[in-house]
Ligand binder design. Structure first.
Ligand code: SAH
Ligand code: SF4
Length: 478
């Protein structure tokens, strides 16, 4: 089901689930709801925990939507849960280890409550070797399901309530698009809006294309409709999600690229801000940057992972651009939007990376002026090309490089935040920080702590910055 270049325009998205598939799950929802009602005196409780990226968080909101329709209520306390669902991430080993640790800890709970159901889903479960390990080492788990069958949760709940052995469903495939799923959103003023799924880029270190399937875009009309509905319901921030949003609209071809989609959403009446992630440098066009600059509702923030500053490493990573091309993209972006804030991801210790390569990464970071950066030590992922490449540098050496880069970015971030002092920003008040202050997010994705009461939460305020620390601004509502 890979889209080829010469395809004609499609009016229907052939990745979308069929009417029968949707109807079947509606029927399972009714059946599971009847079972739940008969079996529990009070509504049962579900503990749902999502690991990983915002795409997973958006899936988590749909999983909760389906459980809610069956009659589950939600709890943050795993010990009182009747159903535990871990929605997992596979991008780095550490994320997987945490899931195994958490699942292991459920064994004791399940001995106390034999009726407790344990469900595992998401990217980590889409890997057959992980499902095998769960089957062997964690036999008390009830259901394991992959990313291609998230929409079948009602069926899995019904079948597991009926009893029987562990259900494992991780069909291979290019992935699908499930429209019209019930959603229980975590916030009533910030919304995730997936615009596409999967990835075709096959960066050599990355497991995502293997666990999330091929790139597939949602119908722009459905996206715009959903955005309109969110604005109508009072949402103030809409974040468009995809592994590479810049290639939105290529497959299927609806005659609407990402820049056009941004323009259509920007045209919706209402007071709200549009964010998006993640962008890939190789597909970040002038048209997109110009659109960002022109659209008043689009946040002046670009998350643009560069991964490495060495052209040799970028080539080994299959990224499709050079460090010079990346920096000239930033030049163009800053010239169009002087107030733009750029954040990035970088990997330290890719197989075969030398200290000279790493110094080129430092040099890029010095020039780029990122407001913040997510730095990752390379983690080999089974099945990826990079995991077969010679990797002679020791873990200790990689940790030293990692620390060097963090210190460098800390200095740059402190310069960026210091430059905000005295300025006034329009910011969305998000909630209470641990310090007790209200946290407000600027268009450029800076967080400002302000003294204020709860009534400001979910509203835009003009905030004057009075002080700065490395990662945090402090200010007052003007
Ligand atoms: N689609 C996005 C994000 C992918 S995963 C993108 O292309 O930018 C988020 C980040 O995790 C990546 O940007 C990369 O920096 C990091 N990452 C992915 N695979 C990794 C691996 N095997 N080891 C370490 N970091 C990795
Ligand atoms: Fe992974 Fe690269 Fe796709 Fe991002 S663009 S999800 S890093 S393969």
């Amino acid at each position: 089901m890979v889209c080829s270049g010469d395809e004609t325009k499609l009016s229907e998205n052939r990745f979308e689930l069929s009417g029968e598939q949707i109807e079947e799950q509606k029927e399972y929802t009714r059946l599971a709801a009847a079972l739940v009602e008969g079996r529990f005196a009070a509504p049962p409780k579900a503990f749902v925990h999502t690991f990983g990226c915002q795409g997973n968080v958006a899936d988590g909101e749909r999983l909760k939507g389906m459980l809610g329709q069956i009659g589950y209520e939600f709890t943050d306390d795993v010990t009182e849960a009747d159903l535990v669902l871990y929605n997992t991430c596979a991008v780095r080993e550490h994320a997987q280890d945490r899931v195994f640790g958490n699942v292991g800890a459920l064994k004791g709970l399940k001995t106390q409550n034999r009726d407790m159901k344990i469900f595992l889903c998401g990217c980590m479960m889409q890997q057959p070797h992980v499902a095998e390990k769960i089957k062997k080492s964690y036999p008390f788990v009830d259901v394991v399901f992959g990313t291609n069958v998230i929409y079948k949760l009602p069926e899995f709940v019904y079948r597991s309530l009926k009893g029987g052995k562990m259900i494992i469903e991780i069909p291979a495939g290019d992935g699908n698009i499930s429209e019209d799923m019930p959603i229980k959103r975590d916030s009533n003023f910030k919304a995730w809006l997936p615009i596409m799924y999967g990835c075709n880029n096959f960066c050599t270190y990355c497991v995502v294309p293997y666990v999330r399937g091929r790139e597939r875009s949602r119908d722009p009309e459905k996206i715009v409709e959903e955005a309109k509905q969110l604005v109508k319901e009072g949402y103030k921030e809409i974040t468009l999600l995809g592994q590479n949003v810049n290639s939105y609209g290529k497959c299927p071809d609806y005659g609407c690229n990402f820049a056009e989609l941004l323009r259509r959403i920007n045209d919706i009446d209402g007071d709200f801000i549009i964010r998006f992630m993640t962008s890939h440098p190789k597909d970040c066009t002038d048209e997109l940057l110009e659109t960002m600059a022109r659209c008043d509702k689009v946040a002046k923030h670009l998350h643009l992972p560069f991964q490495s500053g060495s052209d040799r490493v970028l080539k080994m990573m299959n990224r499709g651009y050079t460090s010079e091309q990346y920096l000239s993209l930033l030049d163009k972006a800053y010239s169009l939007m002087p107030e733009l804030s750029v954040t990035a991801d970088v990997i330290v210790g890719f197989p075969g990376e030398t200290y000279e390569d790493f110094e080129m990464t430092k040099s890029l970071v010095e020039k780029a002026g990122f407001t913040s950066m997510f730095t990752f030590i390379y983690s080999p992922r089974e099945g990826t090309k990079a995991s077969t490449m010679p990797d002679p540098v020791s873990a200790e050496e990689k940790s030293r490089w990692f620390k060097e880069l963090l210190e460098m970015q800390e200095r740059i971030a402190a310069e960026r935040t210091a430059a905000c002092v005295g300025k006034t920003f329009r910011a969305l008040c998000e909630g209470r920080a641990k310090s007790g202050a209200i946290e407000a997010r600027t268009s450029g994705n800076f967080i400002i702590e302000i003294p204020a009461d709860d009534s400001v939460i979910g509203t835009f305020r003009d905030v004057k910055v009075t002080a700065a620390k490395t990662w945090m601004l402090y200010g007052d509502i003007t």
